[in-house]
Design a protein around this ligand. Structure first.
Ligand code: PHE
Length: 335
C-alpha cells in the first residue's frame, strides 16, 4: 500500500496536459469522492498502528500535490487561452490595406489615356541629356538665360551633359528616329535648380506633346487642347490662349483654363482672375524642323508641354507641391 502511494505521488508529479478535460479527469481520479485520496483515507482504519503515521503523511502528501498540480494546470490554461467573456465577436476584423496609386501616376495615366484616344503614341527619352537635345536643337540661342547655371543642373563640370529641364528634349529624340508624320506624347521627370518651396521643386513631371504633319495649323492645336481640357477637367471648362514666347515654337501661347473651383467667377485659388495657367504650347518653329531634318516647306506642327504636379494640384486642391515627394502615407492613402 505504501509503495502504491509513492508510485501515485510520482505519477502526479510527472502529469502534464493543456487540455481542460484531461485536467478534470485527473482531478476526479485523485481528488474525487471515489478518488485515490478518498479511497486511502477509508482504508486508514485497517492500517496497523505502527504504520499509521507514515501512511497518513504519504496520503496527505498525495492529496496536497494533486491539489497543487490541478491548480497549476488550470492557471496555465487560463494564461494561454483567450478570455471569451472579453471577446467581442461583433467587432469588425482587421482589413488588409490595399496600396493606392500616387496622385502623380493617376494624373499622368489620365493624360496619357486622353491623348492615346486621339491617336498619340507614347515616347520616352533619357533624364540625363546633352545640350543639343535640351537646348541647341530647340532653337535656344547660345546666350539664352535658361542655359544659365541658375536653372540647369550640369553633370561633373561638363557643360554638355545635364539633367533635362523639360521634356521638350524628347521631341528632338523622336525627330531623330522617326519621319513625319509624328503624333506623340512624352511623359517624364524633369529637373531644375530651384529652391524647394510650396510652389517650386527641383524635380517635377511634365507631359510633352508633338504633332507634325502636312497642313497642321494653330486651329488643330486649339481643338486638341480643348478636347483634352474638357476630358480632364469637365465639359464646362473654358480655355484662354495668351501670347507667349518659347524659343522652339512660333507663335507661342500659354493656356489657361477657367478656374476649377469657382468656374470663372473669381476666388482665392485663381487669385480672383477666374483663370488658371496649365500649359505652354505653340507651332513648332521652322528652325527646329530644319535642325532635325524635317522638310519645313512640306510639314508644320504643334507642340505643348504641361506640368503634372500643377494639374494634380488643381484637380485635387493640393496647396503644397512638397507633399508629392514626401510619401507621407496619410497623404497618399487619400487617392
Ligand atoms: N518646354 C516648355 C516648358 O518647360 C513647355 C512647352 C512645351 C512650350 C512645348 C511649348 C511647346 O516650359
Amino acid at each position: 500500500m505504501i509503495d502504491k502511494i509513492k508510485e501515485l505521488i510520482g505519477e502526479v508529479e510527472l502529469f502534464k496536459t493543456n487540455n481542460t478535460d484531461e485536467v478534470e479527469k485527473f482531478r476526479i481520479k485523485f481528488l474525487g469522492k471515489k478518488g485515490e485520496v478518498a479511497n486511502f483515507f477509508t482504508q486508514f482504519k485497517n492500517i496497523p498502528n505502527d504504520k499509521k503515521k507514515e501512511f497518513g503523511q504519504l496520503v496527505n502528501q498525495l492529496k496536497n500535490s494533486s491539489l497543487k498540480k490541478v491548480n497549476e494546470l488550470l492557471e496555465n490554461l487560463k494564461k494561454n487561452s483567450v478570455d471569451t467573456n472579453k471577446l467581442d465577436l461583433s467587432l469588425p476584423g482587421d482589413s488588409y490595406k490595399l496600396g493606392s496609386r500616387h496622385p502623380i501616376s493617376i494624373i499622368r495615366n489620365e493624360i496619357i489615356e486622353i491623348f492615346t484616344r486621339l491617336g498619340f503614341t507614347i515616347s520616352e527619352g533619357p533624364e540625363i541629356e546633352d545640350d543639343w537635345h535640351v537646348f541647341s536643337a530647340l532653337n535656344f540661342p547660345e546666350e539664352h538665360p535658361a542655359r544659365d547655371m541658375q536653372d540647369t543642373f550640369f553633370i561633373e563640370k561638363n557643360p554638355d551633359i545635364l539633367l533635362r529641364t523639360h521634356t521638350s528634349s524628347v521631341q528632338v529624340r523622336v525627330m531623330d528616329k522617326q519621319q513625319a508624320p509624328i503624333r506623340t506624347i512624352s511623359p517624364g521627370r524633369v529637373f531644375r535648380n530651384e529652391a524647394i518651396s510650396a510652389r517650386a521643386h527641383c524635380i517635377f513631371h511634365q507631359v510633352e506633346g508633338l504633332y507634325i504633319d502636312e497642313n497642321v495649323s494653330f486651329a488643330d492645336l486649339k481643338q486638341t487642347l480643348f478636347y483634352f481640357a474638357k476630358e480632364l477637367f469637365g465639359k464646362d471648362t473654358k480655355l484662354r490662349f495668351r501670347p507667349s514666347f518659347f524659343p522652339f515654337t512660333e507663335p507661342s501661347a500659354e493656356v489657361d483654363i477657367s478656374c476649377t473651383l469657382c468656374g470663372g467667377k473669381g476666388c482665392n485659388v485663381c487669385k480672383y482672375t477666374g483663370w488658371l495657367e496649365i500649359l505652354g504650347c505653340g507651332m513648332v518653329d521652322p528652325n527646329v524642323l530644319e535642325s532635325n531634318n524635317i522638310d519645313n516647306e512640306k510639314y508644320t506642327g504643334f507642340a505643348f508641354g504641361m506640368g503634372i504636379e500643377r494639374i494634380a494640384m488643381l484637380k485635387y486642391g493640393i496647396k503644397d507641391l512638397r507633399l508629392f515627394f514626401e510619401n507621407d502615407i496619410r497623404f497618399l492613402e487619400q487617392f
